[in-house]
Design a protein around this ligand. Sequence first.
Ligand code: ATP
Ligand code: MG
Length: 339
Amino acid sequence: MSAAVKTPPAADPATPLFEVRHLRVSFERAGVALEAVRGIDLTLHHGEVLGLVGESGSGKSVGMLAALGLQPETARVRGSVKFKGRELVGLPRREMRALRGSRIAMIFQDPLSSLNPVMTVGAQIVEVLRLHNTALSAKAALERAEELLSLVAIPQPDRRLRQYPHEFSGGMRQRVMIAMAVANDPDLLIADEPTTALDVTVQAQIMEVLEGLQARLNLGVILITHDLGVLAGHADRVAVMYAGEIVEQAGIDDIFARPSHPYTRGLIESIPDMAVERERLFSIDGTPPPLGRLPGGCAFHPRCPQRQVVCTATAPAFHGDARHNAACHFADLPDGDTA
Ligand SMILES: Nc1ncnc2c1ncn2[C@@H]1O[C@H](COP(=O)(O)OP(=O)(O)OP(=O)(O)O)[C@@H](O)[C@H]1O
Ligand SMILES: [Mg+2]
């Protein structure tokens, strides 16, 4: 079998690949529902790369896991998530499982714990392949596994297949996770902090591998990160999350050129590379509110350098249009169609 190079998607290009509407995820604690995700909207088209960025605890993982039916038992999920027009919320577990691991793939936040330490890397890839294609012979699966390791630029893939995860460096293990994620030729890949545990050079290599695969397989990708810097040069669009909500969405160039939410500006100023020039790493004052202790008005107001009285009392609406919008009373964006 040759490496899969996809033909353009057959689906109606007007139907988004992935569409999240008013997604809410809450956890019950002592009889009180605590909302970790408070009504997020996202649209991803075929072959598009969307960065989902925000500080720790903003709800990035919980939101995307819930979108794929992977929420904890204790979570309640509301809203709509469509994959190629098909509703995923409420889909029977068996159907959801079949979709994941084939059409939809996810790279989890903790890649080390996702690999089995007592199985060779080859055996684990073969398992993933045969789980979704029971007709695949052992020999063909092994050939495909080798091809997948080459696809993520692991040298000497035939030898590497026979090794165990502990024989791989962190960066190489992350490549294996990516290979497993794309094993069954998905259309959508959700990668949760795929480079966070790695040093800067290896981070860049992994981003290159992801980008190469994305273009080759025409993947739609949601790239979750707390570091906006990782997205520069790699994402088409960015959605910024704060305290369970998306507070700004824009094209990658617009985010850097015209950040319109004070939180986005804070994230940009915290990017280490940019701080080199200023000789001091800026960080946003304060910490995000814990679950269940949301301040009134704009959730960001206690930390906002530009807050006014209105921010403490009234939650801001979105300003801007479908291309670039931000939920801030003082966003300098002309109002247009945000649908
Ligand atoms: N099983 C759970 N039960 C209760 N609360 C949870 C559970 N899982 C996550 N949370 C809470 O939901 C909120 C969002 O968590 P989430 O893991 O989505 O954050 P994140 O944006 O992915 O952060 P990070 O950058 O650290 O990965 C946090 O306040 C977290 O404590
Ligand atoms: Mg997370």
